[in-house]
Design a binder for this molecule. Structure first.
Ligand code: UDP
Length: 341
């Protein structure tokens, strides 16, 4: 059993999904320390006064040991990772180093300190091209790029650590994270931004000339790719539930986090037009390499194991909250980080 009241270490807690989760956990009264190297994270994404931000790398064992010695964490929630699929293809070692080797160093320190609860950001990219739809956890995991493989390897490592020294983990396989805190205080700020919903909005605000639709000849009703867009606050909620489950002594879990609803690229563009009341400049281009036709979750296992269901299933809710952030004074951007290490 783990200590329910012990502080939680959140790596990558200044990133997109991490910061929404930190905000939720802190709001629930949990003690949270964020470790983020601010390469992609934003200092200003940590909005709760009680949350300590430590700037550094997950693989810096001296730093992490010092944090464990000071705080005696009861659990680790690990978000810190690189997530550009295309870059993972051209620079695989960068991904295997950061997404696979660095967490191993973190796990070594956890083992030293007897910390046995780990919540892991996994991804539907571990499935590759799905052998059946909707995707259940029994689908074959056959990733088609180094990013997916770098994450799947960690899933395997976690299973081995469970067997060897009783590490209990939750591998949460996200589908397409989207939306923001509806108050527009924190949100998605990637540089470069490659994701569909923020890019469609950038086409609305004039930050880019148009949105290019990658492929119109897919085997789907309107010819564009179908994805399962899950609200980032629902993802955050799943992490809190996974922590509760594991901290209460629950066994390791691996589950999909999606709505179970498939939405096409064209439907996203229509939703943005509806929410913003503005027309989106669109150009139709060729397929992007490595995009499967449809990726839609069967999220029933997460309900069964964690009592989790997506509270928002209408993609307009994701779009509305994303627009709150994109149309806020900073227009979807955090101020530059003041400190780097
Ligand atoms: N997409 C698009 N134009 C863009 C960005 C994305 O047509 O500028 C499509 C992409 O091909 C995919 C869907 O939108 O079918 C979601 O892509 P995103 O990069 O947001 O997430 P992914 O599914 O790759 O994780």
């Amino acid at each position: 059993m783990s200590d329910h009241t012990a502080p939680i270490l959140v790596t990558g807690g200044a990133g997109y999904i991490g910061s929404h989760t930190v905000r939720l956990l802190a709001g629930q009264g949990r003690r949270v320390v964020v470790l983020d190297n601010l390469v992609f994270g934003h200092e200003k994404a940590i909005v709760d006064d009680g949350v300590e931000l430590v700037v550094g790398d997950v693989g810096d064992q001296d730093l992490v040991r010092g944090l464990f010695a000071k705080h005696r964490f009861g659990a680790v929630v690990h978000f810190a990772a690189f997530a550009y699929v295309g870059e993972s293809v051209t620079d695989p070692l960068k991904y295997y180093q950061n997404n696979t080797a660095e967490p191993v160093k973190l796990l070594q320190v956890m083992q030293e300190f007897g910390c046995k609860v780990f919540v892991f950001s996994s991804t539907c990219a571990t499935y590759g091209v799905p052998d059946k739809l909707p995707i259940t956890e029994s689908n074959v995991q056959n990733p088609i790029n180094p990013y997916g493989r770098s994450k799947l390897m960690v899933e395997w490592i976690l299973a081995d650590c469970d067997h060897a020294w009783g590490l209990r983990s939750a591998c949460l396989r996200y589908f397409n994270a989207s939306g923001c805190s509806p108050d527009g205080l924190i949100g998605e700020d990637h540089n470069p931004e490659t994701h569909l919903i923020p890019r469609v909005m950038m086409a609305v605000t004039g930050e880019i000339d148009h949105i290019e639709v990658f492929g119109t000849d897919y085997n789907t009703a309107d010819g564009t790719c179908i994805r399962d867009y899950i609200h980032v606050e629902d993802l955050a909620d799943a992490h809190a539930r996974a922590l509760d489950h594991l901290s209460a002594g629950g066994a390791s879990v691996r589950c999909n986090l999606g709505t179970g609803v498939g939405v096409s690229v064209k439907e996203i563009i229509s939703a943005v037009e509806e929410v913003t009341g503005k027309q989106v400049p669109v150009k139709y281009g060729p397929r992007r390499e490595g995009d499967p036709d449809s990726l839609v979750a069967d999220p029933s296992l997460a309900k069964e194991l964690l009592g989790w269901v997506a509270s928002r299933k209408d993609v307009r809710d994701m779009v509305r909250s994303a627009w709150a952030w994109m149309s806020a004074p900073g227009k979807g951007r955090f101020p530059a980080n003041e400190r780097k290490s």
